[in-house]
Design a protein around this ligand. Structure first.
Ligand SMILES: [Zn+2]
Length: 1126
């Protein structure tokens, strides 16, 4: 191995020399853009190497010629070596690439935004977006080429990659697709590949592999293992699904990737090396980062705006090193972007779909699929092979003009292809005949073969002379348009009920992962036999965790969390998610009971319910149901345990339902907590009888369980204060009913503003109950909240699940009369509630210090259950001079700058995914909206931010779904709104404030409410609270128990939050707001996790050196680091 590596290194160097000096610049290393060539570091480096090498050539032409002759022999050898090395590495290599991970010594963290050859924001400024007709390649140009660029030593090498795109749910459910097609595809795969060792295939969706594998006998399993080992079959990406990159939260992306990778390791012994994302509707830089940290070496993407593709193709920039805007070249992901409209065969062999379609042999007459260009494929025969091969080669050669090298990637496949064995024969036999002819022809200088992504990228890296020769790129690929003004910004919001359910599920799933890992490691450390009961099969918790992990992973599919599947498929995802929530709630309550038990490692009844989790959904489409805490004879105190899954102390509000208004809440030492009791409403002016809401403020330690007592009391001095209730605009149109204890209902003067003051915020609401202005941190600012609506443009192409095609600017939702407004006010919170058309809007200001008191909480219960072609958005208009710049996030992991260009891009192009937050700012003030669910967001004029809430569309938008979006359910969209003073201007990359980060954590990873199910037979401990540090910025992303090895281990992922220090942290935080680039795991976790750990890749497949947990390591802002604990 060592010898081979040396030879390889030497050859790459020699090849690089040749590349630079002997090849025509028309095809190689063409300047990327004018600026790149002259200005960038890359350009300068290239120029000076070129000059130096040219000088060398003149001095010693003969020597160079000798090298050139030697190369052809050696490069063939290198290619063979590389292929066999890939196979070896799939099987055996388990080394963690050192530079990907935190080092022991302090490293310098990037202080400014990354520099790159291509910056997507600048590129957008320079692209005309004129949608010119390019001829046969409609969105490009008429490609020409010079045959002289190929010769005996410069062959065009074709890598044809057969694939089948299997959506885990879209028009059919995951299971229905499996039974109708995917099962046969995978069975054919093992049989048809085994017939001929020249055949290759790639597979992406591990969820389907899992189903298929579970039904196979030993023979088929062995066949598949052999195919993977021989390199005929490559598993690409290895995620549970091919995840959506717009709406997905990065926590869930890591989760679905880990789920897939663990399965692959367990059953096929394989660690994926390359990624394949041909169908997600736009691509996120976060995804590239997560793949990089999972030790994926290169990746392929497809759905990118057609004008961006054209520009990159013109500049030969379709292959690049995708760099994080906040990092340096350490984060670079080698990326191949496909150039044309689609991943189907007509759009992958070359620029002319009419020709390429003739090389999709599933469309041979008689198979039931035809070519829309009306020229059918022909079976390849001795008589026609010459003509057919030349016709195909012409397309390949044209496509090759768009890339820098003479290796060419050509996918061969489509949705659910290769389900019949006849199709395998038709494709593989006809292509083999074409390849045999092409490879035999001395005059064509071409080599064609079936290939995997590994084959292609290995060849590319050698051909290009090392990936550092490719340009670097920062930015992302949103918002995707596939043609004309068809921007795919509708799916950022489609089916918000399910999008919110996704976030509820990941909240519980993460809490379950953390508490389960805490509990069994604690049990192991404290029990005499070191074998924690929680891990026993009898406890049944592993199975419950698996159900939830797989349901959540499945929904990350690009027709899942996107909301672009058929109604019944969405319901199926919903049912799976609700079952998943039930499952992990069970894990949480068992783990809590286990941790609080008075004896080490107790054996619990696996079917017992010790705690109710105060949040259930009886069916898909239903809102959350809460537990009512009741009191009875001899039961005047109820226990509530709160679980904090964060590794920092936090101060939060808790809302519980109680059956009586005469209640008090205390900690375990019977000290009362700040609280209030308020009525609940079943109609606008009608209170519910016999049920109230108790609100209280708690501060809880990191990674802890803490018990609180809710007691019934007859003593009026002890009980929680009752909130006052006032109504505005009540003109008798609503039935008035008051509950016991709240007989006094105030009335607010007509047309008068409503003012609310708390410790940190003063806010003014209009007489219609909507925010008008905010004062905080010495700033007073207009922040006007409105609901606006869009219609769908008339014509053949209209808005649907994917597309947003508005009929013009939004119109403000007008009211026929002043709406009834409820103002509920007590010592700890003031809540304003108003029913607007489509939305029950609630704004709450909490009267406390810390991050919760620094923001306004907003809940929009959106009900778009009637009407046709309506899209409703919440719009905030402020005096902030934000110009044409705004910021949205990518997968709630990083912020990215957006620019408004209404002069050349339509309104719908300005909607971007808001997975976690968005903000606008000027030199002195920032307005952030933090979101508890993914939605689309835009800033359509200076000072404005708008967030789409729901959409109801009566028609299909011609992207295959074949239905509109009319299955809307009432959906509670939750937000926090933050107005912050900026004390300076940061030169660093865009980043959220600390308050915004903490608010996001508060929405996503809430305190878990555990209501004791009854009078417990055993006395439980009042708390579980390990001694750990409590820094605000060092975040335990996950503590995940893994069964990959014989004994379970806990995988830890740490995230160093990056926040903008120009926005000072809120006063009175319960965690320590220290900006750090260091990590010491032993300070973060309890000692039960042991004193040793291994560094690891993000999905735990690659592990590095063993080291003590108390090692000080550098972890730069925004970086993730993973470890396997002992
Ligand atoms: Zn798909």
């Amino acid at each position: 191995m060592v010898g081979a590596a040396t030879v390889l290194g030497g050859c790459v160097l020699l090849y690089l020399v040749l590349d630079l000096t002997l090849l025509p610049s028309s095809n190689h290393n063409a300047p990327l853009t004018r600026e790149t060539h002259s200005n960038s570091r890359w350009g300068k480096q290239f120029e000076s190497s070129l000059e130096k090498l040219e000088g060398d050539i003149k001095r010693n032409q003969n020597k160079v010629q000798e090298i050139k002759n030697a190369i052809d022999t050696i490069s063939n050898f290198v290619n063979q070596r590389t292929e066999s090395k890939e196979i070896d590495s799939n099987k055996f290599q388990n080394n963690l690439e050192r530079d990907l991970y935190a080092g022991d010594e302090a490293e310098t963290c990037p202080a400014t935004s990354a520099e790159a050859d291509i910056n997507m924001l600048d590129l957008y400024n320079s692209i005309p977006f004129d949608n010119a007709d390019g001829g046969v390649w409609k969105q490009g140009w008429n490609i020409e080429y010079n045959k002289q660029q190929w010769g005996p030593r410069r062959k065009l090498r074709i890598f044809l990659i057969p694939h089948s795109h299997n959506d885990p749910g879209w028009l059919k459910t995951f299971e229905d697709y499996y039974h109708s097609q995917t099962q046969a595809i995978l069975t054919n795969l093992v049989n048809k590949l085994s017939e001929d060792s020249r055949r290759k295939f790639i597979w992406a969706e591990v969820s389907y592999l899992m189903l298929w594998w579970s039904e196979q006998g030993q023979e088929n399993k062995d066949k598949m293992r052999r195919l993977v080992e021989s390199g005929q079959l490559e598993i690409v990406t290895g995620g549970w699904v091919m995840n959506d990159e717009a709406n997905s939260h990065f926590w869930a992306v890591v989760q679905q990737l880990t789920e897939g990778h663990e399965w692959l390791m367990q059953h096929l012994g394989v660690r994926p090396k390359h990624a394949w994302a041909i169908d997600p509707f736009g691509h996120s830089a976060t995804n590239a980062y997560l793949l990089k940290k999972s030790q994926i070496a290169a990746s392929l993407i497809q759905r990118v705006h057609y004008s961006v593709k054209k520009r990159l193709a013109q500049d030969k920039g379709l292959e690049f090193r995708w760099r994080q805007g906040w990092s340096n070249e350490k984060s670079d992901m080698l990326t191949h972007m496909m150039p044309f409209y689609s991943y189907d065969v007509p759009h992958t062999c070359g620029p002319d779909p009419k020709v390429c379609c003739q090389f999709d042999f599933k469309r041979l007459p008689g198979y039931g699929v035809t070519c829309p260009w009306r020229i059918s494929p022909q079976p390849i025969t001795n008589d026609n092979v010459r003509q057919r091969a030349e016709l195909l080669l012409d397309q390949y050669r044209k496509k090759a003009q768009l890339y820098r090298t003479n290796v060419l990637l050509v996918p061969l496949g489509d949705d659910f292809r290769f389900d019949h064995s006849a199709e395998w024969d038709a494709q593989f036999n006809n292509y083999q005949a074409l390849f045999d002819h092409l490879n035999a022809r001395q005059d064509l200088y071409v080599e064609a073969q079936f290939a995997t992504l590994s084959d292609y990228f290995s060849a590319l890296k050698i051909e290009v002379g090392g990936e550092k020769r490719l340009p670097s790129l920062t930015g992302d690929f949103f918002t995707y348009a596939d043609r004309d003004d068809h921007y795919w910004s509708g799916y950022f919001t489609s089916r918000p009920y399910y999008k919110r359910l996704d976030r509820v599920l990941i909240g519980y799933l993460r809490a379950a992962e953390v508490i389960f890992s805490l509990a069994w490691s604690h049990g192991k450390a404290t029990s005499s036999n070191g074998s924690p009961w929680l891990l026993s099969p009898h406890a049944g918790l592993r199975n419950k965790l698996t159900i939830a992990r797989q349901a959540n992973a499945l929904f990350q599919h690009h027709d899942g969390v996107t909301g672009t599947a058929k109604d019944h498929v969405m319901r199926d995802y919903g049912n799976k998610m609700i079952k998943a929530i039930d499952s992990v709630q069970h894990v949480i309550q068992m783990s809590a009971q286990y941790l609080l038990y008075n004896q080490a490692n107790p054996e619990l009844d696996p079917n017992d319910i010790y705690f109710h989790l105060d949040d259930t959904r009886p069916r898909t489409g239903a809102l959350s149901k809460r537990n009512k805490i009741t009191f009875g004879e001899g039961l005047d105190t109820r226990k509530v345990v709160l679980f904090n899954s964060l590794n920092r102390a936090r101060t939060e509000f808790v809302r519980l339902r109680v059956a009586n208004y005469n209640v008090m809440v205390t900690d375990q030492s019977h000290r009362p907590l700040p609280s209030q009791v308020q009525p609940l409403f079943d109609e606008m002016a009608s209170m519910v009888d016999g049920e109230y809401e108790l609100l209280f403020i708690v501060t809880v330690p990191p990674l802890s369980l803490t018990t609180f007592l809710i007691s019934w009391t007859s003593n009026a001095d002890e009980r929680a204060p009752l909130a006052s209730v006032s109504l505005a605009n009540h003109q008798g149109q609503h039935k008035l009913h008051s509950a016991e204890g709240f007989e006094q209902i105030g009335s607010l003067p007509e047309g008068q503003n409503i003012k609310v003051n708390s410790q940190q915020i003063s806010a003014v609401f209009s007489s219609h109950g909507l925010l008008k202005s905010v004062s905080t941190q010495g700033i007073t600012m207009t922040v006007k909240l409105e609901f606006v609506r869009y219609g769908a443009v008339e014509g053949r192409e209209r808005s649907g699940a994917y597309l947003f095609l508005p009929d013009g600017p939004a119109k403000v939702v007008m009211l026929k009369q002043a709406p009834l407004v409820r103002v509920i006010s007590g010592p700890v919170a003031t809540q304003i509630e108003v029913q607007h058309p489509f939305v029950l809007h609630q704004a709450t200001i909490y009267n406390c210090s810390g991050e919760v008191g620094s923001s306004i909480e907003m809940v929009n219960l959106v009900e778009l259950v009637n009407g046709k072609n309506i899209e409703v958005a919440m719009r905030l208009t402020s005096d902030i001079e934000s110009g044409d710049t705004y910021y949205t996030d990518l997968n709630a992991f990083q912020m990215i700058e957006r620019r408004r260009q209404l002069h050349k891009l339509p309104l719908q192009a300005h909607y971007f995914p808001m997975s976690g937050m968005a903000y606008i700012e000027d030199s002195g003030i920032r307005l952030s909206v933090i979101s508890g669910q993914p939605l689309g967001a835009a800033s359509l004029s200076s000072g404005q931010l708008e967030i789409m809430q729901d959409r109801r569309l009566a028609q299909d938008d011609n992207r295959g779904l074949n239905q509109g979006v009319e299955d809307n359910h009432p959906t509670p969209n939750v937000f926090r709104l933050l107005l912050e003073r900026k004390s300076c201007h940061s030169e660093q990359w865009p980043r959220a404030s600390l308050a915004a980060h903490l608010s996001h954590q508060s929405l996503l990873w809430p305190l878990v409410h555990l209501i004791a199910a009854g009078d417990p037979l055993v006395q439980l401990k009042g708390s579980f609270s390990p001694e750990t540090s409590s820094e605000c910025g060092l975040h335990v992303l996950n503590l995940r128990t893994s069964w990959l090895t014989e004994r379970p281990r806990v995988g830890l992922v740490m995230h160093q939050l990056a926040w903008d220090e120009c926005l000072p942290p809120p006063v009175g935080l319960s965690c320590t707001p220290r900006m750090s680039s260091m990590l010491n795991v032993s300070a973060v976790l309890p000692t039960s996790f042991g004193r040793q750990m291994q560094k690891s890749s993000l999905t735990f497949l690659h592990t590095g050196e063993q080291l003590p947990t108390n090692t000080n390591q550098s972890l730069c802002p925004n970086e993730l680091a993973a470890f396997l604990l002992a």
